[in-house]
Design a protein around this ligand. Structure first.
Ligand code: ADP
Ligand code: MG
Length: 240
């Protein structure tokens, strides 16, 4: 589904991603961990097509189509969704209008019913729908809002950048269970890339692969046992 070949990415002429390779097949769950500043968020942004991030070399393919130069909206329409580490606030745009804008069916009653149902699953108070998008939301509330968008957009590939940060323990369990349910509903078709520091995530979501990213490259890949090693030894053991 997603293939990243020998990728080099710079921001403001600083090289951040330095020869990264990654392959995610349909239905696979991958976890990426790594020290602060190693390029995790940059990787997620470049897949989603963030402007000003420059691909210096290499390729990103989604279902065998090169998406290097596509704009974010085109990438989103192909079925890639990124949940931001720090979701943006948009003053003047209500959450309802934002979410409604990417629902294809234009039958208002059904749209509202659908959104309400998903809010209920995520314990989001319906009142939030009339508030401006993320404006003044707490960190955790913004994260719930990200997952609400995922449930409505139904992406083929979901990238979660530190979805666990800012959530209280009950909300965290709820969100992770919702993500799991979403993937399991079409297990062979939906893929997941989770960027996290939260090693306990494997108690909720079982990854096929775990990777360590350091200085813009994947320096080690393994299965869920790698998370246990990271927990025990930290990253130094893996960095030469
Ligand atoms: P991570 O998510 O792994 O903590 P990031 O991808 O956010 O790391 O950042 C990787 C590196 O890129 C960091 O050293 C960061 O300071 C740098 N970086 C990120 N954004 C910019 C920017 N706009 N200009 C210059 N450097 C940046
Ligand atoms: Mg980050």
């Amino acid at each position: 589904m997603l293939k990243i070949k020998n990728l080099y990415v710079s921001i403001n002429k600083n090289l951040i991603i330095k020869g990264l390779n990654l392959k995610i097949k349909k239905g696979e769950i991958h976890i990426i961990m790594g020290p602060n500043g190693s390029g995790k968020s940059t990787l997620s942004y470049i897949i989603a097509g963030k402007p000003k991030y420059k691909i210096e070399d290499g390729e990103i393919l989604f279902n065998n189509k090169i998406i290097n130069n596509l704009k974010p909206d085109k990438i989103s329409k192909l079925g890639i969704f990124l949940s931001f580490q720090n979701p943006v606030e948009i003053d003047g745009l209500s959450m309802y209008n934002f979410i409604k804008s990417f629902i294809k069916k234009k039958n208002n009653n059904n749209i509202l019913k659908n959104i309400y149902k998903k809010c209920e699953k995520l314990n989001i108070n319906k009142k939030y729908l009339s508030r401006y998008f993320n404006l003044g939301f707490s960190g955790g509330e913004k994260k719930k809002n990200e997952i609400l968008q995922m449930l409505i957009l139904k992406p083929k590939l979901t990238i979660l950048d530190e979805i666990d940060s800012g959530l209280d323990i009950d909300s965290l369990k709820n969100i992770l269970n919702n993500i799991k349910q979403y993937i399991n509903k079409k297990k062979k078709k939906r893929s997941l890339l989770i960027i996290t520091h939260y090693t306990n995530i494997i108690n909720y979501i079982k990854p096929n692969f775990v990777h360590i990213i350091y200085d813009g490259k994947i320096i080690k890949s393994g299965n869920k046992k790698l998370i246990k090693k990271i927990e025990k030894y930290g990253y130094n053991k893996f960095i030469n």
